[in-house]
Design a protein around this ligand. Structure first.
Ligand SMILES: O=C(CO)[C@@H](O)[C@H](O)COP(=O)(O)O
Length: 229
C-alpha cells in the first residue's frame, strides 16, 4: 500500500498500545488522523528487550485498513524480513548499524512487495552514504531514544542528527521525509519539526495520554509545529 502521507504526519507506536484490548485500541487509532501504525521489533541484542512478534503483526494487518511500518531493531535483518514479509507489512525500517550492504537489503525488501525505510540510532550521526540510500527508500527513521523502551527522554544529539540529515537531503535535492521516534510529545515536536522531522511517531508520552482522545493528543502534538508546515 502506498501512503499519501499528510504533512505533517503522526504514526502510532504499537508497543505503547493497550495490547490487552488490542482490537478496540486499533479501532480508536483508526478513528483518529494517525497515518499509519509503527510496529517495533527488538531482538534482545540490538537493545535489551524482546518485542513484538510476527503473529501480532498479522493480527494488526488483518484488523486495520491503515498501513503498517515494521521497525526492525535487530541484527539478523535478512531472517526477520523473511518472517515479516507475508504479514501484511507495507514499510520495513532497517538499521544502518546492522547492515553490511544496505542496497542489497533494500532490493530484497522491494522484491518482496514492501518499501524500505532507512533507520539510524539516536547516537549515530548521518553517514556519507545516507543521501544515496535515502534516494532508494520511502523515508528516513531517526530514533530519538534507544529503540524498544517507552518513557525515555529525547537525546539532544539525535535532534542535531535530524538537522544534519535534513541539510544533506536539501543540499542534494532529495525530497525524502524524516520520521522522529521516541519521546515525541507537545514539548518536543517543535524542536523536532524545526530540525527537519515531518513524521512523528507517538507513544506513551504524546499519543496515548490518558484522559484525552487520540485525536486530541494528535492536535496537541502538532500544534507546536504549525509554523513549520
Ligand atoms: O518504543 C519506542 C521507542 O523505540 C517508540 O516507538 C515509542 O514511540 C516510544 O514512545 P514514548 O514512550 O517515548 O513516548
Amino acid at each position: 500500500m502506498d501512503i499519501n502521507l499528510p504533512m505533517p504526519a503522526v504514526s502510532a507506536s504499537v508497543s505503547c498500545m493497550d495490547l490487552g484490548h488490542f482490537y478496540n485500541h486499533i479501532k480508536k487509532v483508526e478513528e483518529s488522523s494517525a497515518a499509519f501504525f509503527h510496529y517495533d521489533v527488538v531482538d534482545g541484542k540490538f537493545n535489551k528487550c524482546y518485542i513484538l512478534g510476527d503473529m501480532l503483526c498479522e493480527y494488526l494487518h488483518n484488523n486495520t485498513k491503515l498501513p503498517v511500518e515494521v521497525h526492525l531493531a535487530v541484527y539478523d535483518i535478512d531472517n526477520y524480513i523473511d518472517v515479516f514479509a507475508g504479514k501484511g507489512v507495507d514499510y520495513i525500517a532497517v538499521h544502518y548499524e546492522a547492515m553490511e550492504k544496505p542496497a542489497i537489503i533494500f532490493n530484497k525488501i522491494k522484491k518482496l512487495g514492501m518499501q524500505p525505510v532507512l533507520a539510524y540510532r539516536a547516537d549515530t550521526p548521518p553517514q556519507e552514504d545516507f543521501v544515496e540510500l535515502a534516494r532508494q527508500c520511502a523515508w528516513i527513521l531517526k530514533l530519538t531514544v534507544n529503540p524498544g523502551f517507552s518513557g525515555q527522554t529525547i537525546k539532544p544529539t539525535a535532534v542535531e542528527h535530524i538537522k544534519m540529515m535534513k541539510k544533506m537531503l536539501d543540499d542534494n535535492n532529495v525530497d525524502k521525509r524524516i520520521q522522529a521516534d521516541g519521546n515525541v510529545n507537545p514539548a518536543t515536536t517543535k524542536m523536532l519539526a524545526e530540525a527537519g522531522a515531518s513524521i512523528f511517531t507517538g507513544g506513551t508520552s504524546g499519543l496515548f495520554v490518558q484522559n484525552y482522545s487520540i485525536e486530541e493528543n494528535i492536535k496537541k502534538l502538532l500544534q507546536p509545529t504549525k509554523d513549520f508546515f
